[in-house]
Design a protein around this ligand. Structure first.
Ligand code: OAD
Length: 232
């Protein structure tokens, strides 16, 4: 059985009702990315950034995993540890569908990090400049557990090691413009993997893939999972 590496992006959660990053005139829920997703933005206006992520967190509680998230769980049940799932998404829809060992390289909306002691913990519904870290007791030092532009994505050593071992690399619903994730397909290819891209449309990196499955994730992902499991 092939070792499979799956990378997901905002497109897999789009049909659940969460907007992607690059589908609305470069704005994300009405904000420029540099207003809400950089350490500089947080330093300059922590209340705005907290409110933005508080709103994202409330919205997340109103949506559900879709058929694409559920299909990947079926694949994991068959493939076990030979399947790696890395997501750029900060939502918890993979987990809510039943996926195990999801690697969130860009952090998680439902967690907070303390800039004083480094503790990462589940966060309350709303975070503010008055929030207190439960580990060190410091007030005003918790921030969303989100990798912002200019910061190092998480779990990179483990991710590189899984990329080197995989025989099939599948990219689902990502525009392939944000590095380092956008370079994973090329890295897997250098180590001999076959590459499948699943997306509504072609992307900047489509030419390096062996196969492009065009369409909505809720159609294409279940079809792909069926194809893979039928070949077992
Ligand atoms: P993007 O918004 O850049 O791209 C979403 C991709 O999903 C596009 O290529 C769409 O064509 C595709 N798409 C949309 N709806 C789809 C559907 N129903 N089925 C299949 N594909 C669909 O989102 P990401 O590539 O995830 O980083 O963005 C990467 C990173 O940029 C994010 O993790 C975030 C952002 O800034 C951080 O927050 C650090």
């Amino acid at each position: 059985m092939q070792r499979i590496f799956i990378l997901t992006g905002a497109g897999i959660s789009a049909e659940s009702g969460l907007r992607t990053f690059r589908d609305a005139d470069g704005l994300w829920e009405g904000h420029k990315v540099e207003e809400v997703a950089t350490p500089e933005a947080f330093a300059a206006n922590p209340e705005l950034v907290h409110n933005f992520y508080n709103a994202r967190r409330s919205q997340l509680l109103t949506v559900e995993p879709n058929l694409a998230h559920h299909a990947l769980v079926q694949l994991q049940r068959k493939w076990g540890d030979r399947l790696t799932l890395v997501t750029q998404n900060v939502d918890d829809l993979h987990e809510r569908a039943g996926m195990e060992k999801v690697m969130h390289m860009h952090g998680e909306l439902l967690k907070q990090t303390c800039t004083n002691c480094g503790d990462v913990s589940d966060c309350a519904d709303r975070m503010s400049i008055e929030s207190q870290c439960e580990a060190c007791g410091e007030i005003g030092c918790v921030r969303p557990h989100i990798v912002w532009f200019g910061e190092m994505p998480l779990l990179m050593d483990q991710i590189h090691s899984k990329l080197m071992q995989c025989e099939l690399f599948i990219s689902i619903g990502t525009s392939g413009v944000v590095y380092p994730a956008a370079g994973f397909a090329e890295e897997a290819r250098r180590h001999g993997a076959s590459l499948i891209e699943v997306n509504l449309e072609g992307t900047d990196i489509s030419p390096i893939f062996d196969e492009h499955l065009q369409g909505a994730a809720t159609d294409t992902v279940p079809e792909l999972v069926k194809r893979l499991t039928d070949t077992l």
